[in-house]
Design a protein around this ligand. Structure first.
Ligand code: SF4
Length: 340
C-alpha cells in the first residue's frame, strides 16, 4: 500500500450484511491489505430465517473472512424514523434512503471510534431502485456527513474517486466497475476469490407488500408503536376490527407460542374450548372503546379457524377475568373484509 499511510496500516469500517456484495467488498479490501472492521446493523425488520437467530449468518461470514465484527441492533429510533421518513418509502414501506443514512451515521461513529480512514459498503450502482442510484447515494452521503468518505469497491470506477483513492490509500485501478441488477459478475468473482457464494443475507420485511400493509395499518392506527407491536406484525393472520382493535390469529403451534410470549397488559387472549384451534390476541389501543361486540367478533373469527364443526365455545381472558362466549364461525366474505 503506498501513500501517506506508510507508517499506519490503512483501516476501514465495512458495512457487512453477510450477503454476496458486502462479502465481496470486504474480501477485496482484505486482499488489498486493508485492516477491515466489519459492522453489521440490524433493523427490527430484518428477516433472518436461518433458524439460528438474527445475526448468526453474518457472524459466520465475518469469521470466514477473518475480520472483527461489531453488530448494532436498531430499535425504537428506527420505528421513529419509519413513521415519517424524510425521503419517503419505496415500493413497500421501505424507507431506504433514510435507513441507509441512519446506518451510515452509525458507521461514521464507529469509524471515528476505531480511527479508521474510510467506510466501505457492498453497494452496486443501480442495483436497487431506491437507494443505489447515483442521486440516492449522494443524498445518503450528504445526510450522514460522509461525502467522499464512502468507498464502494464493486462500483468504484463508475463513481467519483473517493478521498481514500485521492490520498493514495487505495489504488483505483484495483477497484471494480460493476453496475446494474444482475449478480452474474459478482457470482463469478466469488468463485474466483474462493468464496462460498453467499446466499442473500436475509431480506428486509419492509419491502414485502403484504407485510408493508400491516406496517401501514399499524402506523395509521397507533401513533407510537413499540418493538412489541412490530414483533407481533411478523406472526399470524391480522384483522383490523375497529379503529382501536386488532386481532392476531396464530397459524401454527410456533406462532401460537410467539403470540403468547408477546402478551402485554391490556391484551385479550381468545382460544376455542374443547376443540383444536389457534391462539388469538386482541390488542386495543383504547380499551374504553372496545365493547362486547368487538370481543364477540374476535371470538367468531377464532371459531372460524378452529376445528369446530359449526359453533363453539371461545375462552376469552384478560389480565383479571376469564369468560366463555358461544360463537358462530364468521362467514368467509365478512372475514376477508377485516383482513389486513
Ligand atoms: S431494504 Fe430495508 S434494510 Fe435495506 S435499505 Fe431499504 S429499508 Fe433499509
Amino acid at each position: 500500500m503506498d501513500g501517506e499511510g506508510a507508517s499506519k496500516r490503512v483501516r476501514c469500517v465495512a458495512l457487512l450484511s453477510g450477503g454476496l456484495d458486502s462479502t465481496l467488498a470486504v474480501k477485496l479490501m482484505k486482499d488489498m491489505g486493508v485492516d477491515v472492521k466489519a459492522l453489521a446493523i440490524k433493523t427490527p425488520f430484518c428477516d433472518f430465517d436461518c433458524g439460528k437467530g438474527c445475526g448468526f449468518r453474518v457472524k459466520e461470514v465475518a469469521d470466514a473472512l477473518g475480520v472483527e465484527l461489531k453488530t448494532v441492533y436498531l430499535g425504537e429510533e428506527y420505528i421513529e424514523m419509519l413513521k415519517n421518513p424524510k425521503h419517503g418509502y419505496g415500493s413497500g414501506m421501505n424507507p431506504c434512503i433514510d435507513c441507509r443514512a441512519m446506518m451510515y451515521r452509525i458507521a461514521k461513529e464507529y469509524m471515528e471510534e476505531c480511527n479508521a480512514d474510510f467506510i466501505v459498503t457492498g453497494e452496486v450502482l443501480n442495483q436497487r431502485p431506491m437507494s443505489q442510484n447515483m442521486r440516492a447515494l449522494r443524498i445518503i452521503e450528504r445526510e450522514s456527513n460522509l461525502e467522499g468518505k464512502v468507498l464502494r469497491p464493486l462500483s468504484a470506477k463508475q463513481l467519483k474517486p473517493t478521498e481514500a483513492e485521492l490520498k493514495g490509500l487505495i489504488k483505483r485501478d484495483m477497484l471494480l466497475d460493476i453496475k446494474g441488477r444482475s449478480r452474474k459478475v459478482q457470482m463469478g468473482l466469488a468463485r474466483q476469490l474462493g468464496l462460498d457464494a453467499p446466499n442473500a443475507a436475509g431480506g428486509c420485511l419492509l419491502t414485502d407488500r403484504q407485510f408493508a400493509r400491516r406496517v401501514k395499518d399499524l402506523l395509521e392506527h397507533l401513533p407510537n408503536p413499540t418493538l412489541n407491536d412490530v414483533e407481533l406484525l411478523k406472526v399470524g393472520r391480522h384483522f383490523r376490527l375497529s379503529r382501536d382493535a386488532k386481532l392476531v390469529v396464530g397459524r401454527n403451534k410456533d406462532e401460537n407460542e410467539i403470540i403468547q410470549s408477546l402478551i402485554q397488559d391490556g391484551d385479550i387472549m381468545l382460544e376455542a374450548k374443547d376443540v383444536k384451534g389457534p391462539k388469538a390476541l386482541l390488542r386495543c389501543s383504547n380499551k374504553d372503546k372496545v365493547d362486547g361486540s368487538i370481543v364477540s367478533l374476535a371470538a367468531s373469527i377464532v371459531c372460524r379457524y378452529s376445528d369446530a364443526d359449526g359453533s363453539c365455545i371461545v375462552i376469552v381472558s384478560d389480565d383479571v377475568t376469564i369468560k366463555e362466549i358461544k360463537s358462530e364461525p364468521l362467514a368467509s366474505d365478512m372475514l376477508e373484509s377485516y383482513r389486513i
